[in-house]
Design a protein around this ligand. Sequence first.
Ligand code: C2E
Ligand code: MG
Ligand code: MG
Length: 709
Amino acid sequence: MRPLRNLTLRSKLIAINGVTIGIVMLMLGGGLAAAEYYLSREAMLSDLQVQARVLAENSNAALAFGDDQAGKEILSALRVAPHVRYAALVTSDNKILASYRRDPGEAFSPPSIPVNRVHLLSAGGIDVFEDVIASGRRLGVLHLSADLSLLNERLAGYLVALLLIAALALTVAIGMVRRLQASITGPLVNLARVTRELSKDKDFSVRVPVASKDEIGELAAGFNDMLAQIQSRESDLARELQERRRAEERLHLLAHYDTVTRLTNRHYFNERLRLAVERAARFDEPMAAVFLDLDNFKIVNDTLGHPVGDGVLQEVAKRLTGVLRTGDTVSRIGGDEFALILENVKHAASAAAVVRKCVQVLTEPMNIQGHELFVSASAGFSLCPNDATDIQQLLQNADTAMYHAKARGKNTFQAYSAELKGEVVRRHTIETTLRRALERNELSLVFQPQVDLSTRTIVGAEALLRWENPEMGTLMPIDFIPIAEESGLIVLIGHWALRRACAQAKAWSMAGYRIRVAVNLSPRQFRTDDLVERTLSILADSGLEPDLLELELTEGALMDASEDTLSKVRKLREAGVHLAIDDFGTGYSSLSYLKHLPITAIKIDQAFVRGLPEKTQESAIVRAIIAMARSMGLTVTAEGVENQEQTRFLVRYGCTLAQGHLFGRPSDGTIFTALLESPDPFAFLRPIIERDRLRGLTDTTPSGSYFVP
Ligand code: C2E
Ligand code: MG
Ligand code: MG
């Protein structure tokens, strides 16, 4: 069976069929030949016996008389029987009376006569013995011996013919088997070929042709079904894999990148920083960690919407990336916070140069979706290993430095130094002490006069907070208002200031000085739900006329343009309260937007007034603000007026009110009352006003484009 194993199915089938057919043919042929031989021999035997009987009957006389001649004659009749080769008449005493030989030359020795005279069969011949009987007496025996060679020859011929027929039949059969097996093995061969291709090409779209409806056909159809299933599962799997890969990529992106700016995120920044700090320590290559925070970004976002806000962030990212060297890292680590790693900076000065460039490049105007925006940033940095060798400390230092840059008036940067640390501690102390400041009565209000430039009289007073702390001394609003804002304490403080300011104004009004008190309202305070109710109830409690109260709001507080803002402003105005925009010109408000708000006054930020009259840009801005405010019927107050030149400029271009050190520093109620009582405190204004009046230039349309000092 072993050689079969290596054959193809086709050859196996042919071999099995061939062998089967061969065996059947051989058995059939052999059986036929054997039967033929047996039957022929039987026929011959019975022929011999008949012949022997006839001859025996004819020979009794010859035997009875011992006539050998007659015996011979009788036996010679056997010449017509070709297969008889020997015959003999044997007397009862076993003597041969007469004999016959077909071929006298043949050496043939007859067998002895068996006692019972039964015939003898051998491969070579048949011997029959017949008693010769006369009148009931046995006279002798007739012996006939036939030769089987003729029969054998015929049998051999017969066998040869049989073999030829068998060979022919086998050939025909194998030819037919070959042809028939193709219908069985053909599909199997196809199946095998497809399987081979599959395992090689992994192409599950191939199919096996289904040629028949038999088991192989079923097998092929089943195979195809299986392939279809694998193919669909394969494509499902591929799709799933692709989706997973995409999800993983996205996760990686989310994990390391900021989706808005495409910069790396805080997570990535921290990783990079860790490596940078390690490298700095190991190779003694100093590096700097920088924090950069956009100033007033929240206003842009709240006023112009998130798409513009995103645009600003993208522009900032682009500009910062442009400034940095390859190898440096810039990440967006929060809403409007960016963090940078500057590697291999030799000393603080070179880090400062890069950070300065970063801040500078952001001051260039940005054009985002049709809006021209001025964004600035405050930055702080700390060096490793000079300032800190530990990541947390380094970050904290950079944060402290940035906080200081902001406190110093924004749009600037600050390097970390040990002194700054003291500031941080101080800030923390302020936060915890401020809570108790109200209860301990440490807060107070000071008042700064607002003067009508044409009449030289005080028409208003801005109430400003002071904090007198036993340990820290006098604190200015800049020291604690931002902290109060952050902690929410500003709301309570604001109520207190409003109550105090109203009480003071009421007292002045009772004393005959009808001056309007201006109270600052922080954005946080403005956003409280009960702002209007609270304000009006404090006002009512104080008994002050609403017309004598002005609330100062910053542009940032008003700029979200929400229905809520609008309704608050409207309700306050309807109640008779005046509303002023403080620090006008530093935010992003357009006067056209302010038109929709029922505000009554605008306060020009002192930064612009400071530049008067020399600085052309500031001068132009101030003139434009005055002109526009007047055209809208708003009162204009110039803040931070410190000298006569500024006053002259303001008078010339039609600014009605002024506030600043020139007219009085913020002072407590008593000192302020004394100022009110003094006869002509601003007599110095007289020549200015007179001169301009004489020149007839007090008409302040900005068309007068020249300025004569
Ligand atoms: P502001 O409302 O713009 O107040 C004007 C500031 O300019 C005051 O500073 C005032 O002292 C100062 N100033 C007045 N005249 C001159 C001048 O001629 N030259 C210079 N260089 N400065 C002048 P102050 O009192 O330190 O207040 C700073 C800021 O703190 C205020 O700015 C205001 O925004 C805030 N603030 C003060 N009091 C309150 C308050 O009661 N509530 C709230 N929410 N904020 C307050
Ligand atoms: Mg103010
Ligand atoms: Mg102001």
